[in-house]
Design a protein around this ligand. Structure first.
Ligand code: NDP
Ligand code: MG
Length: 395
């Protein structure tokens, strides 16, 4: 039986991961013992989870929540960790073989590095880790001769399309994008989008941050960066393809112009299960794909003008060094402000663009520099938000 440390267990990916584990364990296929669960502050759900899965440890980032949690589980034999240190301990937990990192945001970087340093296989949903610290993470994995298992659906699709083929013969990655809820909207209409509108995604039900990123298409930009690191291809070999139906989860084009695609019902439990059962493909909870119901599949180029976040992310990738960390930090801060209705929808792009234009130079080979670029961007973005944005003065 393999054992799992799950970071971000109370989130959208985290709860679906536990569903998959429950299902695999019930079937007796690829059973997992859940060793550690970690979250930010959702003590109620975490308590339910530890009472069901009986892990040896639980971590809460928020120290007050961790204290509350200790009181709640006093009757159990469980170690309760807290803070970033606790999250890193959870990631490096000795008895765990696989760490699935499903926390949201750049805070996932240090735990990912801690897991790799401890020789764990890492399944990564937390894309911000690779966006900001891709160079560090890939070096750490190489040093330990460990393969990263992608959980993000597009990257899992690419990973699946690479199986049995020669990586050096890949010509391009075709990364599909649903286009989000505002596909086809003109810029003026996008200015007035509310958090409530942006939180309703047509094809996927996800956490708030990634849902907003999908609506601005920053998500696709972050995913291009994620793909660049995971698969080691230069940016010009990664093409974003808008595909409204979210049935083709991404494709790999080889030198002979043959294109391999992975298709399926849009359901994150498939890429999650693929990472947990890799290299096996086991029966699971995901519905069969009904191609007759789908009828037609459509593909289009992305509209970089209506969705400047994608263009900004691509520019940051081109620039390299600390630019992706800065854009990611600014975006995280801006999305938080948008959700609190402190700024407008298009201000997210404005703030990301500003951070890119003024970001610190230098390469992303040291953790301190990456963390400093992230902090710089958050602080600067926070100050800009505090000053109050007047859209006319921007872009
Ligand atoms: P959610 O917001 O639903 O969940 C986030 C999880 O991370 C929660 O368990 C939360 O705990 C925890 N968390 C947040 N901050 C911290 C912290 N500082 N320390 C410890 N735990 C923390 O996010 P999603 O599940 O949607 O997304 C997770 C990651 O996966 C993101 O990087 C996202 O981009 C990526 N992803 C998500 C997809 C999806 O379908 N949801 C698809 C592809 C990628 P708490 O509940 O206590 O706040
Ligand atoms: Mg994705």
């Amino acid at each position: 039986m393999r054992s799992l440390s799950l970071l971000g267990s109370t989130g959208s990916i985290g709860t679906q991961t536990l569903e998959v584990v429950r299902d695999l364990n019930t079937r007796g296929q690829r059973p997992y013992r859940v060793e550690v669960l970690a979250a930010h502050s959702n003590v109620t759900l975490l308590e339910q989870q530890v009472r069901e899965f009986r892990p040896r440890a639980a971590a809460l980032f928020d120290p007050a929540a961790a204290q509350d949690f200790r009181d709640r589980v006093r009757d159990m034999d469980i170690t309760v960790l807290s803070g970033l240190e606790g999250l890193c301990q959870a990631a490096a937990w000795e008895e765990a073989d696989l760490v699935l990192n499903a926390v949201v945001g750049m805070v996932g970087l240090r735990p990912t590095l801690a897991a790799l340093a401890a020789g764990k296989t890492v399944a990564l949903a937390n894309k911000e880790t690779l966006v900001a610290g891709g160079q560090l993470v890939m070096e750490a994995a190489r040093k330990q001769n460990l393969e990263l298992l992608p959980v993000d659906s597009e990257h899992s699709a690419i990973f699946q399309c690479l199986q049995g083929n020669t990586r050096s013969q890949v010509k391009r990655l075709l990364l599909t994008a649903s286009g989000g809820p505002f596909f086809g909207w003109p810029r003026e209409r996008l200015e007035k989008v509310t958090p409530q509108q942006a939180l309703s995604h047509p094809n996927w039900s996800m956490g708030a941050k990634v849902t907003i990123d999908s609506a601005t298409m920053m998500n696709k930009g972050l995913e291009v960066m994620e793909a660049r690191w995971l698969f080691g291809l230069p940016p010009q070999c990664i093409q974003v393809v808008v595909h409204r139906e979210s049935i083709v989860h991404s494709m790999v084009e080889y030198q002979d112009n043959g294109v391999m695609a992975q298709l399926g019902t849009p359901d994150m439990r498939l890429p999650i299960q693929y990472a947990l059962a890799y290299p096996d493909r086991l029966p699971g909870p995901v519905r069969e794909l009904d191609l007759f119901a789908a009828g037609a599949l459509h593909f289009a180029p992305p509209d970089l003008e209506a969705f400047p976040c994608l263009a900004i992310a691509l520019k940051a990738l081109e620039q390299g060094g600390l630019a992706p960390a800065a854009v990611n930090g600014a975006n995280e801060r801006a999305v938080e402000a948008f959700l609190k209705e402190q700024i407008g929808f298009m201000d997210i792009a404005r703030l990301a663009e500003e951070a890119l234009a003024a970001c610190p130079q230098g390469d992303a080979g040291s953790l301190e520099d990456v963390l400093a670029a992230d902090q710089w961007a958050r602080q600067r973005t926070g100050e800009r938000i505090g000053e109050g944005l007047s859209p006319s003065a921007w872009l």
